[in-house]
Design a protein around this ligand. Structure first.
Ligand code: PMP
Length: 450
């Protein structure tokens, strides 16, 4: 890490010359990243929940090389490709509910944009043109492109762009640590949180509402927040009652991160559309996907006959080959099977190290998707003053320790608190979980002390 007070180096990469200098990543070895000075960093968050297979998976690299030797690119206006077909087949075979068709994009924001447009086209095709409104939740992030940004419920990423954004409604999240009342059962709380969706649908007029979008386990904005039991069953019920499509954004929590291939499987529901991205390419290639129900697909197939969408690089053969190899590693080589066990080990290690820490208010998550929430006062759950930018200090202190973790917060939704998100590769060992926890403890203490 460079000194924060050092002048930024000249960089032609837009934005890189605006902040403190960053180390140059030059290599990857299993769960570690290596910089140009030879320093090794344990990747405790897979970047941002991306690198689920670590950084040197031989089978994925071989699949990309083999595809490159056969065919790099064929435009989807003219051709489909073997890797795209094989990937779609494998994904839908493993997907819950009626999700029967996959549409490939280059990342998460593109997948969310496509999902929103697909929902709109579906209602046009079935003769309900008034349905155009999107409802999302406070404390959510769905991407940085304009439509996805509009859906996100955090004010700060959106504010500056407001005149350009579609209006979306935002209802309550399901965030027990912060919002469950004392004396309220988890079941009652889940119902209360879900019912804010019904109230909003009724306020807007059900005939105008197109879709509700939510992350099954909330990632970057609040830190690995699982829903309380029953919450999503109620959400599904409400969407069905009013004919509203349920879009689940599993860009971060999907692809096995929580212990099942799709996070929503653990809530016993299936969406009409699901978006996935980060773990799909696992960092080996940029790729996202939207999986849609057969019902939506046939409405369009039997209606206008085409989804009016597309990008030059969608369903890129190299990315599809990489993602197919990743999925094979998870399912056929059974790496996914290790996630629940490793997740429990990580949760136990975090509990053992931080349960008595005076500034750790909550330790939560599912599978290898975990977070610790930091508070100035454990009793009142008061967050640290956002002006301290604790999350930025933690990130810097962790990198000094040789640990990549994903702290965020402070200004999220008006000072909800800082948290550190952990999402290590599925190949992490028990010893590395110990290393992660110890490095994190030293980084937290250093950041809180300064
Ligand atoms: N949805 C969620 C839940 C995300 O976490 C992200 C990325 N953090 C996105 C969408 C956008 O994905 P991308 O950065 O690949 O565009």
């Amino acid at each position: 890490m460079g000194r924060p007070d050092a002048p930024p180096p000249r960089s032609a990469v837009f934005g890189r010359s605006m902040g403190p200098p960053l180390p140059v990543a030059v290599g990857g070895d299993g769960c570690y990243l290596i910089d140009a000075r030879g320093r090794r960093y344990l990747d405790g968050s897979g970047g941002a929940a991306v690198s689920c297979l670590g950084h040197s998976d031989e089978k994925v690299r071989a699949a990309i090389h083999a595809q490159l030797d056969r065919l790099a690119f064929a435009h989807t206006g003219f051709f489909t490709s073997r890797p795209a077909e094989e990937l779609a087949e494998k994904l839908v075979a493993a997907a819950p509910g009626d999700l029967g068709h996959a549409y490939f994009l280059s990342g998460g924001s593109e997948a969310v944009e496509a999902a929103l447009k697909l929902a709109r086209q579906y209602f046009l095709e079935i003769g309900e043109p008034a349905r155009h409104r999107i409802i999302a939740r406070r404390q959510s992030y769905h991407g940085n492109t304009l439509g996805a940004l509009a859906a996100g419920g955090n004010a700060w990423p959106r504010e500056k762009y407001a005149p350009l954004l579609t209006e979306c409604s935002h209802v309550d999240p399901c965030f027990a640590y912060r919002e469950q009342a004392s004396g309220e059962t988890a079941e009652d709380y889940g119902r209360r949180a879900a019912d804010t969706l019904e109230a909003e649908i009724l306020r807007l007029g059900p005939e105008s509402v197109m879709a509700f979008i939510a992350e099954p386990v909330v990632g970057a904005t609040a830190g690995a927040v699982p829903p309380v039991p029953g919450y999503f069953a109620r959400i599904r019920e409400i969407c069905d009652r009013y004919g509203v499509l349920l879009i689940l954004d599993e860009v971060m929590c999907g692809m096995g991160r929580t212990g099942t291939l799709f996070a929503c499987e653990q809530d016993g529901i299936a969406p009409d559309i699901v978006t996935i991205a980060k773990g799909l390419g696992a960092g080996y290639a940029p790729i996202g996907a939207m999986l849609a129900s057969r019902r939506i697909h046939s409405a369009i197939a039997e209606g206008s006959g085409a989804f009016q969408h597309g990008h030059t690089y969608h369903a890129h053969p190299l990315s599809a080959a990489a993602a197919h190899a990743v999925l094979s590693r998870l399912l056929d080589d059974r790496l996914l099977d290790a996630v629940p066990r490793l997740g429990t080990q990580l949760a136990d290690a975090l509990d053992a190290r931080f349960a008595d820490h005076p500034n750790v208010g909550d330790i939560r998550g599912r599978g290898l998707f975990r977070a610790v929430e930091l508070v100035a006062d454990r009793e009142t759950r008061a967050p640290f003053d956002p002006a301290r930018k604790l999350h930025a200090r933690i990130k810097a202190a962790a990198m000094e320790e040789g640990l990549i973790c994903y702290p965020a917060g402070g200004t999220v939704d008006g000072a909800r608190g800082d948290h550190v998100l952990l999402a290590p590769p599925f190949i992490i060992t028990e010893a590395q979980i110990g290393e992660l926890t110890e490095k994190l403890a030293r980084a937290l203490d250093a950041a809180i002390a300064c």
